[in-house]
Write a protein that binds this ligand. Sequence first.
Ligand SMILES: Cc1cc2nc3c(=O)[nH]c(=O)nc-3n(C[C@H](O)[C@H](O)[C@H](O)COP(=O)(O)OP(=O)(O)OC[C@H]3O[C@@H](n4cnc5c(N)ncnc54)[C@H](O)[C@@H]3O)c2cc1C
Length: 392
Amino acid sequence: MAFKFKGVDFIGFDALLSEEERMARDTARRFVEDNVVPIIEECNREGRFPRELIKPMGELGFFGANLHGYGCAGMSNVEYGLVTQEFERGDSGLRSFVSVQSSLVMYPIYTFGTDAQKDQWLPAMATGEKLGCFGLTEPDFGSNPGGMRTRARRDGDDYILNGEKMWITSGSIADVAVIWAKVADENDRIRGFLVETDRPGFRAFDVHGKWSLRASVTSGLSMSDLRIPASNLLPGTGGLKSPLMCLNQARYGIGWGAIGAAMSCYDTALQYSLLRKQFRDSPIASHQLVQEKLVWMISEITKAQLLSLQVGRLKDSGKVAPEHISMAKRNNVAMAVECARLARDILGGAGITDDYPVMRHMMNLESVKTYEGTHDIHTLIIGQSITGIPAY
Ligand SMILES: Cc1cc2nc3c(=O)[nH]c(=O)nc-3n(C[C@H](O)[C@H](O)[C@H](O)COP(=O)(O)OP(=O)(O)OC[C@H]3O[C@@H](n4cnc5c(N)ncnc54)[C@H](O)[C@@H]3O)c2cc1C
């Protein structure tokens, strides 16, 4: 018996948005209400990624939405952020899928690729006809991807790839993987490669037993003497800064997305607390302790909205720095985790069931806190930017 979402806007935040920005958000909001909310608890229970949503999401321009040309919607970064907010209000797993397709696969092809690579992949990825994944993390290297062991070796007109990747979103459903590897012939410089997933030597296996992001596919990838033509190298890539540029795109969207998950938890808790009665036939919302929790949530959501909007405005004017994005990702995800816990508390026993979206968000957000740079790694990024001292 989930409630119909009523929107969260305490200080007239909507007035800070342009008509186009509100329209992009409202389109995504309607899509999520009509298509995601009715099926997501079942998907989560079954551990099933809702593939049936890919085509309609493509038709509405949600893939590569802030890229221009190649059939992409050409949204501003603020519009794109508001869209990811709405997707994550539905489910972090669905937002993860959109982030990977858009920011971690289409963005590097768009930014580092040749015209032929862009023509081949971007229009088909914008519609969702082709899917992608991003292979950076390895079993032994997560927070420190520079330690990666995956190697590419030049062999005539080809490269040969060997290595393992781990925790790869959409790994087993992708048509193409952006694989980051050290190139033996270039002094172990990190480069990005486009790997078609039907090539011999490529294998993807799903991670099972997840308590988080159950409606998203998470895989390990193995590459064993995998041969790709040299034309599959993304020529603009070079060094760790290339994958980090992609992660910055995705982290920006995650900062917004976390607000969506928090909004869902807050709105559920508010509506529940107004209906649920315990003492003196009064709603639990009439108690000061419950109000304090709701007030904490709405205050932190409001601050997060303003932070993400300013970071989005900086991004749209070409002035955003990685540490700005780190602050939005770090603050907003931690805020959303706490909102989920407080909302679960307000729902009492009902909060632990999937009659309400709260516990699903809480479990999802544990992954969101860890991936794309853990909470603590973002602390160190911000710490370095203000002190000048790297503390990794
Ligand atoms: C569901 C899911 C989906 C994912 N999708 C992708 C994907 O699509 N592509 C991809 O490449 N990766 C993906 N990842 C991987 C993700 O980015 C990594 O899990 C993350 O970078 C952390 O790496 P790790 O899990 O190896 O943890 P570790 O790096 O081992 O960290 C463990 C703990 O140590 C802490 N720590 C590490 N170093 C320091 C330090 N210097 N100072 C203080 N604390 C430190 C961390 O903050 C953390 O708390 C995904 C992960 C998950 C869970």
